[in-house]
Design a protein around this ligand. Structure first.
Ligand code: ADP
Ligand SMILES: Nc1ccn([C@@H]2O[C@H](COP(=O)(O)O)[C@@H](O)[C@H]2O)c(=O)n1
Length: 207
C-alpha cells in the first residue's frame, strides 16, 4: 500500500494507550474512513511449550518478551499491500491462542504497546511516535482494577509483579523511551485536544 502511515502509541501499562487508541479508531471509523490497529500485546512470545510455572517466571516488561521480528514483518507486509495473520494472545494463560485473525492493509495503521519506542529496531517504521505520559501511581491504580477484572489476577500477584518487574522495567525502558516521541500526551486516554490533533492528521492522510 503506497504511502502507508504507521502511528505508534506507547507509554506505561495502565497509562491509557488502549483507551486513547480505541477512542481515536472509533471516531475515524464513524466517519467512514479506513484504518487498522495492532496491539503489541498480541506479539508476546508464544509460550505453549512452557509449563504454567515457567510462564509465571517470564519478565513481561522486558523488550525481549515480545516477538518484535514478527511485528516488523507484519508492518512491512501491510505496507506492501499484503494481509497478515494477526496473532491472538491470552493474558490468563500467558501465551498465544491457536487462532489468528486476518487483517487487510490500510493507508493508516496504529500500533500501541509499552515497548514500541524502547525498541530501536522498530523506530524507523513509525511515521509518528506518541507517548502517553501518565504518572506511575495512576498507572498502577488503573492496572489493579483492570487486572483484577479482566486478566484473572489476584491483588497479591499484581503487587508482586509490580515490584519485581513492572516498576523497574518502566524506569529502565519505558520512561526513557519518551524522549524518542514526537508527541507527548498527558491526561491518558481522555485528552480531547491530543485526540483531535491526531484525528485531523489522519483525516488529511485519508481524504
Ligand atoms: N484519562 C483517564 N481517566 C480515567 N480513566 C482512564 C483514563 N485513561 C485511561 N483510563 C482507564 O484506565 C484503565 C487502563 O487504561 P488502558 O487504556 O487500558 O491502559 P493501557 O492500554 O495503557 O494499559 C482503563 O480502564 C481505562 O478506561
Ligand atoms: N502474560 C502477560 C503479559 C503481559 N503482562 C503485563 O501486561 C502489561 C502490558 O500490557 P498493557 O496492556 O497493560 O500495556 C505489561 O506491563 C505486563 O506486565 C502480564 O501481566 N502477563
Amino acid at each position: 500500500m503506497p504511502n502507508t502511515r504507521i502511528i505508534a502509541i506507547s507509554g506505561g501499562s495502565g497509562s491509557g494507550k488502549s483507551l486513547f487508541t480505541q477512542t481515536l479508531i472509533a471516531e475515524i471509523l464513524d466517519e467512514g474512513l479506513d484504518i487498522r490497529v495492532l496491539c503489541e500485546d498480541h506479539y508476546y512470545r508464544d509460550q505453549t511449550h512452557l509449563s504454567m510455572e515457567d510462564r509465571l517466571q517470564t519478565n513481561y516488561d522486558h523488550p525481549k518478551a515480545f516477538e518484535h521480528e514478527l511485528l516488523i514483518r507484519h508492518l512491512e507486509e501491510l505496507k506492501q499491500g499484503q494481509s497478515i495473520d494477526y496473532p491472538q494472545y491470552c493474558f490468563k494463560t500467558h501465551t498465544r491462542l491457536p487462532d489468528t485473525q486476518p487483517i487487510t492493509p490500510a493507508s493508516v495503521i496504529i500500533v500501541e504497546g509499552i515497548m514500541l519506542l524502547a525498541s530501536p529496531e522498530l523506530l524507523p517504521l513509525f511515521d509518528i511516535k506518541v507517548f502517553i505520559d501518565t504518572p506511575l501511581d495512576i498507572c498502577l491504580l488503573r492496572r489493579i482494577t483492570r487486572d483484577l477484572q479482566e486478566r484473572g489476577r489476584s491483588l497479591q500477584s499484581i503487587t508482586e509483579q509490580y515490584e519485581s518487574t513492572v516498576k523497574p522495567m518502566y524506569h529502565k525502558f519505558v520512561a526513557p523511551s519518551r524522549f524518542t516521541a514526537d508527541v507527548i500526551v498527558t491526561q491518558g486516554g481522555k485528552n480531547r485536544i491530543a485526540l483531535d490533533v491526531l484525528k485531523s492528521h489522519i483525516q488529511q492522510v485519508l481524504k
